[in-house]
Design a protein around this ligand. Structure first.
Ligand code: RP5
Length: 162
C-alpha cells in the first residue's frame, strides 16, 4: 500500500514533483502520485484529503504554483503531516508559490520546502524520514543515502582544472 501521497495542482507540476517521487523510490517508500487541483477540482480535493488517512497514507506532499492554496487546503481536511512544495511559476519564478504556501496562519500546519526541484526532492526525503521512524528498512535506506552523499563530498576535495 502507498504510504506517501504526492499531489499537485496540474500535470505541468510533474517535472518538478517527480523529484519527490524519485527520492521516495530511491529510499524504497511506496507512493501514489496524482493531480488534485484546489480550484479546478475542489470536490476531489476535499474527498482526497478527508479520506487520505483511512486510505493508508501517512504523509502527504502537495506541490502547486502561483496562488498555491493546495497544501493549505489539504492540511485543513486531514491530521496527516502535509509538506508543501512551491512550484516555480512562469511569471514570478515561484516566489508567489512560496509565499502562498509558507504563510499559513497559526493552527493549520504545512511544512514548506524550497522552491522547485530541490524542494520536491527534500519533501520526499522528509516524508521518508517520517516513515523511517517506524520502518527499519527505510531508516537504513535514509542512513545509507546520507552516507553516500557525505562520501561523495569527501572524495571530491582536490579540485583540479580539467
Ligand atoms: C496551479 O497553477 C498549478 O499547481 C500549476 O503550478 C499552475 C499552472 O497550472 P497550469 O496552467 O499549467 O495547468 O494550479
Amino acid at each position: 500500500m502507498s504510504k506517501v501521497a504526492i499531489v499537485m495542482g496540474s500535470q505541468s507540476d510533474w517535472p518538478t514533483m517527480q523529484h519527490a517521487a524519485q527520492m521516495l523510490k530511491e529510499l524504497g517508500v511506496e507512493y501514489h502520485a496524482q493531480v488534485v487541483s484546489a480550484h479546478r477540482t475542489p470536490e476531489l480535493l476535499t474527498e482526497f484529503a478527508a479520506t487520505a488517512a483511512d486510505n493508508g497514507f501517512d504523509v502527504i506532499i502537495a506541490g502547486a504554483g502561483g496562488a498555491a492554496h493546495l497544501p493549505g487546503m489539504i492540511a485543513a481536511h486531514t491530521h496527516l503531516p502535509v509538506f508543501g512544495v512551491p512550484v516555480k511559476s512562469r511569471t514570478l519564478n515561484g516566489l508567489d508559490s512560496l509565499l502562498s504556501i509558507v504563510q499559513m496562519p497559526k493552527g493549520v500546519a504545512v511544512g514548506t520546502l524550497a522552491i522547485g526541484d530541490a524542494g520536491a526532492a527534500n519533501a520526499g526525503l522528509m516524508a521518508a524520514q517520517i516513515i523511517a521512524l517506524n520502518d527499519e528498512t527505510v531508516r537504513t535506506a535514509v542512513q545509507e543515502f546520507r552516507r553516500t552523499q557525505t562520501d561523495k563530498v569527501l572524495s571530491s576535495q582536490n579540485l583540479e582544472l580539467p
